[in-house]
Design a protein around this ligand. Structure first.
Ligand code: ARG
Length: 484
């Protein structure tokens, strides 16, 4: 295939000044006589992907220039021209009036080339004492820090939405499942609060990840540091980092912050997908536990009666893209020797893909939760089968008759078999039938195995009794709704 593609060896680069009569890259073309082939440019360029880091690239360059001037490495007037030029470039890109060039590979060289057009030769001083190796990873850390801050806010909003929904459904009884079989009665609010716990951990992992990545690699230069008398602490402080990174070689080759973020959002995506699967089940004809709003469902082009839970199904599928990005990043990094290798340029596409997907998922889940209405009657009707209070009968035998739990379990198992044979529920067995299993049983047993009793007695910390759920909601509110 490749043989068939004509590869021009000489082309005109409108955006670039000629250098020594050659048309090689103006940024690094000093030792080249020919420009790279079109295919080389295609595989090498990252501008399509990394242009979204332009605000970070410009901010970091302005701080770098200020530091160079403070240290007497460039003049104040060059610094002023550089910073003003970069402000203009930011405004131009904001306005969509900059056409990025593939020949200039990436956002770093595109911005620098724009700067040269605006301020002339002084632009060439900006790259003193830095390399694209430390520049690109500085930009990426800044970008990721902003991304995490935005995602953390949206995730906190989702958590608050769950808390409010849990509050309004703290006493709505529903079957709790194990193995997707009716297990014990719980409340809808309690179920939602399980997701508050999960997503709360995801939120805290995001904060951890942010703390660890918030160090400034700028000044590591290509890999070994620089002979110029730079001030890395100034740069780090001015960009809001907690400290400069420690080792110049690690600074340009580390990408574990990207992988850590990708794991964190993969875990979040997995949690969201579990919720999405539950919503899909709850919404299905066999269950009908919840009613979804028109806003988060779609119709069928052929079957007019359909209202499909597409949002939930997509939330269930999206982790594929996110987890895929984590795998991709780990595979790219595995076995790379120090320090920078062009392989690492492949960090951004999976990162951005994962970030965009998880951001969307968090917002869609928020909408789903807000609109979703529990169907109280359907959920209760499920509890009239499957013997959901069998454990309560066993607990009754332990508490009232002092049976060891294992014996109580056995007696209860026989009661369940008896009810099953008769095609009735546990509470529909007669006192005589129950006493045939154990003489000591009296009619207080019937209160013990009511659904409401089962719920209300689960008073252990973190349990499903409505009072415990309300207490959990208050603790969660203190954390998420009015944090100290
Ligand atoms: N665009 C590159 C990246 O994202 C930075 C360039 C560093 N290039 C180099 N040849 N040392 O990784």
């Amino acid at each position: 295939m490749i043989d068939c593609v004509p590869i021009p060896t000489h082309r005109h680069h409108a955006t670039m000044p000629e250098k020594n009569g050659s048309d090689a890259n103006a940024m690094w073309g000093g030792r080249f006589t020919q420009s790279p082939s079109e295919l080389m440019q295609k595989i090498n360029a990252s501008i399509d992907v990394d242009q979204r880091m332009y605000p970070q690239d410009i901010a970091a360059s302005q701080v770098h220039a200020s530091m160079l001037a403070r240290q007497g490495i460039i003049s104040e007037s060059d610094c002023a021209a550089i910073c003003a030029g970069l402000d203009e470039i930011r405004a131009d890109i904001d306005a969509g009036s900059v056409e990025f060039s593939v020949e200039l590979e990436d956002i770093h060289m595109n911005v620098e080339s724009q700067l040269r057009t605006k301020i002339g030769a002084a632009a060439g001083r900006l790259h003193t004492a830095r390399s694209r190796n430390d520049q690109t990873v500085t930009d990426l850390r800044l970008w990721l820090r902003d991304e995490i801050d935005g995602l953390s806010d949206r995730l906190a909003h989702l958590i608050r939405t769950l808390i409010e929904k849990a509050d309004s459904t703290a006493s709505v009884i529903m079957p709790g499942f194990t193995h997707l079989q009716v297990a014990q009665p719980v409340t809808f609010g309690h179920h939602l609060m399980a997701y508050v716990a999960m997503l709360g951990r995801d939120h805290s992992r995001l904060r951890d990840c942010r703390d660890r990545l918030n160090q400034c690699p700028l000044g590591a230069a290509a890999l070994a540091g620089t002979p110029f008398p730079i001030d890395r602490h100034f740069t780090s402080d001015a960009l809001g980092f907690s400290a400069p990174t420690e080792n110049s070689m690690d600074s340009v080759s580390a990408r574990d912050h990207v992988a850590e973020y990708l794991f964190t959002v993969s875990m979040l995506a997995v949690h969201i997908s579990r919720f999405a699967e539950e919503v899909t089940i709850w919404n299905s004809d066999g269950f009908k536990f919840v009613e979804l709003s028109d806003a988060f469902t779609t119709g069928s082009s052929i079957m007019p009666q359909k209202k499909n839970p597409d949002a939930a199904e997509l939330l269930r599928a999206k982790p594929g893209a996110v987890i895929g990005a984590l795998n991709q990043m780990l595979i790219v990094m595995k076995g790379l020797p120090l320090t920078y290798m062009k392989d690492m340029q492949e960090d951004k596409e999976p990162l951005f893909r994962a970030a965009d997907n998880i951001d969307l998922c968090v917002q869609v889940m928020t909408g789903l939760v807000e609109d979703m209405q529990p169907n109280t009657d359907r959920m209760r009707s499920f509890l009239t089968r499957g013997f959901p209070t069998a454990t309560d009968l066993a607990d009754f035998l332990v508490r009232e008759l002092d049976l060891p739990f294992r014996d109580a379990h056995h007696v209860t198992g026989r009661a369940v078999a008896m009810a099953e044979d008769a095609g009735i529920q546990l509470e529909e067995l007669s006192l005589e039938q129950l006493q045939s299993l154990n003489q000591g049983i009296d009619d207080s047993v019937f209160d013990a195995i009511r659904l409401e009793t089962s719920l209300e007695t689960r008073q252990s910390y973190g349990g499903t009794s409505p009072t415990q759920v309300k207490a959990a909601i208050e603790r969660a509110r203190a954390l998420w709704c009015h944090p100290a």
